[in-house]
Design a protein around this ligand. Structure first.
Ligand code: UT7
Length: 330
């Protein structure tokens, strides 16, 4: 039966390292507070005018090289980001232009931290049906230019980092494939994590008063998001494992979304997976939302943490609220 496998991956982060001490010079915070509550020690922030697509390009070039392909082999580009280069068109169009492959299908995914998990599933569906053979899935974000780096915004600003990750999915008849994906959303509490303005529901969409109020910065009710994460991640992990006749003991490596080390440690305890089988790199990159899973997965592969035939579990949650998981036979 036709399915899809990851033929190559790439990732890219900007050179500029911003430590917790750097942030403590900009706002009332401390290395101790950030490290204790989140596990984050440093993150990468772009310098100057750099968009999500600029970070995506080197990640994609690496993924194509690893797959032994060129952009000409792609049938479709899926781009997951909450920080598109411009409000419209989607960054998938900008990336397509940069890769010089006009004519192929492009799609932007607006599912925040769950964007890459959704993207893998969408690519897999197109490949399974035979509509596409090879699909590029990208998660890329530039948060730093959109954060309130004063004490007013400290609860959010210390969490996020910039970066990009990419995977090339291609058709296979073999067992090494994306086995299944579970995707969910519940918009009831969308306001607990959102960036409101400019907003089409407001007329005008943006005013100097809104700028003063900081309504163009992300707002989060951190503890509520935390509670959702530790409920939904175990649920969706159980769902994708049990409906494929697998248990957590069968999983060789879990790569969870990197939002908070405490969340990932708590979820690992709840589902009963040894911490040696959970890959975390939030300490170095902060939360890069849609880019966090592809960056972490590719680093794990490069470090030799994944070998052919291993069962790999990806799981994410985020704004929306959205959550989901992919189960992969590597
Ligand atoms: O990708 C999806 C996205 N987001 C998440 O997954 C986030 C989930 N939530 C979390 O990770 C945690 O809720 C946070 C790390 C955001 C916050 O940790 P917390 O333990 O829930 O802290 P809190 O929000 O209850 O704040 C505790 C205190 C407050 O002061 P008071 O009211 O106790 O005096 C905050 O004002 O810490 C204060 N605070 C800070 N202090 C120093 C908030 N941000 C900071 C900061 N530095 N950066």
């Amino acid at each position: 039966m036709r399915g899809s496998r990851i033929a190559g991956m790439g990732h890219f982060v900007p050179e500029n390292i911003v430590t917790n001490d750097h942030l403590a010079a900009l706002m009332e915070t401390s290395d101790e507070w950030i490290a204790k509550r989140t596990g984050i020690r440093e993150r990468r922030w772009v310098v100057g005018d750099v968009g999500a697509t600029d970070l995506a390009v080197p990640a994609v070039e690496q993924a194509l090289a690893e797959a032994g392909m060129t952009a000409a082999d792609l049938d479709m580009i899926i781009f997951a980001t909450l920080s598109p280069d411009v409000n419209f068109p989607g960054s998938s169009c900008l990336l397509q232009a940069r890769l010089a492959v006009p004519g192929i299908a492009t799609l932007d995914i607006r599912n925040q931290c769950t964007g890459f998990v959704y993207g893998l599933s969408v690519a897999d569906q197109f490949i399974r049906t035979g509509a596409m053979k090879t699909v590029l899935v990208v998660g890329a974000e530039v948060h730093s230019s959109g954060l309130d780096i004063s004490t007013r915004g400290r609860d959010v600003a210390v969490l996020f980092g910039d970066g990009a990750g990419a995977a090339v999915l291609t058709a296979t008849e073999g067992d090494n494939r994306l086995i299944d994906s579970a995707l969910h959303a519940d918009g009831t509490d969308y306001e607990i994590l959102m960036l409101e303005a400019p907003a089409s529901r407001l007329n005008p969409r943006f005013t100097p008063e809104m700028f003063e109020q900081g309504r163009h910065y992300p707002q989060m009710v951190g503890q509520a998001v935390f509670k959702h994460a530790v409920k939904r991640l175990p649920e969706v992990i159980d769902e994708v494992l049990s409906r494929n006749g697998a248990t957590i003991d069968d999983v060789a490596l879990m790569v969870p979304h990197q939002a908070n080390l405490r969340i990932n440690e708590m979820v690992a305890r709840m589902i009963g997976i040894d911490s040696s089988k959970v890959y975390n790199n939030i300490q170095r990159y902060g939360n890069t939302t849609a880019a966090s899973i592809p960056i972490a997965l590719h680093e794990a592969v490069q470090e030799g943490r994944v070998k052919s035939g291993d069962l790999v579990l990806l799981a994410a949650f985020g704004a929306g609220l959205t959550w989901g998981a992919n189960l992969i036979r590597w």
